[in-house]
Design a binder for this molecule. Structure first.
Ligand SMILES: [Zn+2]
Length: 424
């Protein structure tokens, strides 16, 4: 299928969603309120109304602003197990995000795009952009981010629903839609209405460049180190005082510099001291530990223990206590248990005319949380770029390829189910 005849509908929908500032608020979400902002709730409700207007009857927005909708199967395919598509309603708070005034640069001529506040999108330094000459490029006006992360994904999913409802030539099984709040705060799956979901696999539509698939993310732990020292009058401290500030500094400086976020990329993991505070009697350091490999993660956690013991040896009388908190797990293991989930997505990308490119995520996603909750959830591209910044942009041609991929995905799930390769 070529979704290009839906390109104006997709673009209009994307512009409409992007123009609505729906930044989430980490402090509010950290305190347990989901959604963290009312703008997200309003967008969820408006999209629910829009979906009902397209003809969907099974559409619900719950108290936490999770929108769950079901696209009914083509006649005769009702028994096929459903799969789900998910995107997030909020935008990041790393750059201004409300208001957003999207601009469309049609038939872009390949020259630098100058926006307000001196913001320039330069194809000389942005190789993805350089490849899109002649395309329709969507940007903000320069005063804010664009919010293609993840309004592009939301617009593609809603447009897919519109296509499937209006075009009987695409045989498909039942499809679940989940639009969720607060992905950017890391609380996107905290209140996910799991019991409502019937799908045994989901796909987040929240990636970037056309063709990219993400089915692997970091394993992530946070380690909080507490250094207990012994205070004494500084004039008579000799042999008595144990300085927790020095202990903390010695701990941080023992972290391997070559294994930090700023000196690693690709598949390399890292340690990152993220915060430090304290005084002579007590100091605290928090460390993020990341690795794709779970055994390597164990090694990293053991290494922090060893560093802690070395600090204690160097500061007799002082103690170091480490507390480990697991943040999320690499989704790869669970995704590998259901190989068809990924292979169908790869095939859908190929049918959309692209070569699938598997890329490890140096972070976590809603999909990694959903995978941990038992629903394998790889991530697929949307056609957006330079997320979380004023230079964020989206390519309409890539967004159409994303939409094509979703159409093919719908078709393939039905085909494979008929071939009985999909396990329940
Ligand atoms: Zn996103």
């Amino acid at each position: 299928m070529n979704a290009s005849r839906h390109s104006e509908a997709l673009l209009a929908r994307f512009l409409r969603y992007a123009a609505r500032g729906t930044q989430s608020d980490a402090a509010v979400a950290d305190a347990g309120t989901i959604p963290s902002t009312e703008t997200q709730r309003k967008l969820a409700e408006d999209i629910a109304t829009e979906l009902r207007g397209l003809g969907l009857t099974d559409v619900e927005v719950d108290d936490n602003s999770y929108l769950v909708a079901r696209v009914p199967a083509s006649p005769g395919l009702e028994a096929i197990p459903p799969f789900g598509l998910s995107a997030h309603l909020d935008t990041a708070s790393d750059a201004p995000g409300d208001p957003v005034r999207p601009l469309v640069h049609r038939d872009w001529d390949g020259s630098p795009i100058s926006l307000a506040d001196g913001v320039v999108l330069d194809p000389a330094t942005d190789t993805d952009l350089a490849r899109r000459k002649g395309d329709a490029i969507v940007t903000s006006d320069g005063t804010s981010l664009l919010g293609a992360d993840d309004k592009a994904g939301v617009a593609e999913i809603v447009t897919l629903a519109e296509i499937l409802l209006s075009d009987p030539s695409i045989p498909h099984g039942p499809i679940e839609i989940l639009l969720s709040p607060d992905e950017e705060t890391g609380h996107g799956m905290d209140r996910v209405p799991l019991r409502k979901l019937k799908s045994t696999a989901f796909y987040t539509v929240d990636g970037g460049t056309a063709g990219e698939i993400e089915a692997e993310c970091f394993n992530a732990w946070k380690v909080d180190a507490v250094f207990a020292g012994i205070a004494a009058h500084l004039g008579s401290a000799r042999g008595k005082m144990v300085n927790a500030v020095s202990m903390a500094a010695s701990f941080v400086s023992a972290l391997p510099a070559q294994e930090s976020p700023e000196s690693t990329d690709g598949r390399l993991g890292y340690f990152c001291a993220l915060g430090i505070s304290g005084a002579v009697e007590r100091a605290e350091v928090s460390v993020f530990v990341r690795d794709f490999d779970i055994d390597e993660m164990e090694r990293r956690l053991d290494r922090l223990d060893a560093i802690a013991r070395a600090v204690e040896a160097r500061y007799p009388g002082g103690t170091v206590t480490l507390t480990r908190t697991r943040q999320y797990l690499n989704m790869k293991r669970r995704v590998d248990e259901r190989p068809e989930v990924l292979s169908i997505l790869e095939e859908a990308v190929r049918r959309a005319g692209l070569e699938p490119h598997l890329k490890p995520i140096r972070g976590g996603t809603d999909g990694s949380r959903l995978t941990e909750l038992g629903i394998p959830t790889p991530n697929v591209f949307t056609g957006g770029h330079n997320y979380h910044s004023r230079t964020e942009w989206a390519s309409l041609a890539e967004m159409i390829q994303a939409l094509d991929t979703l159409v093919e995905l719908s078709r393939l799930w039905a085909e494979r189910a008929r071939d009985a390769t999909i396990r329940n």
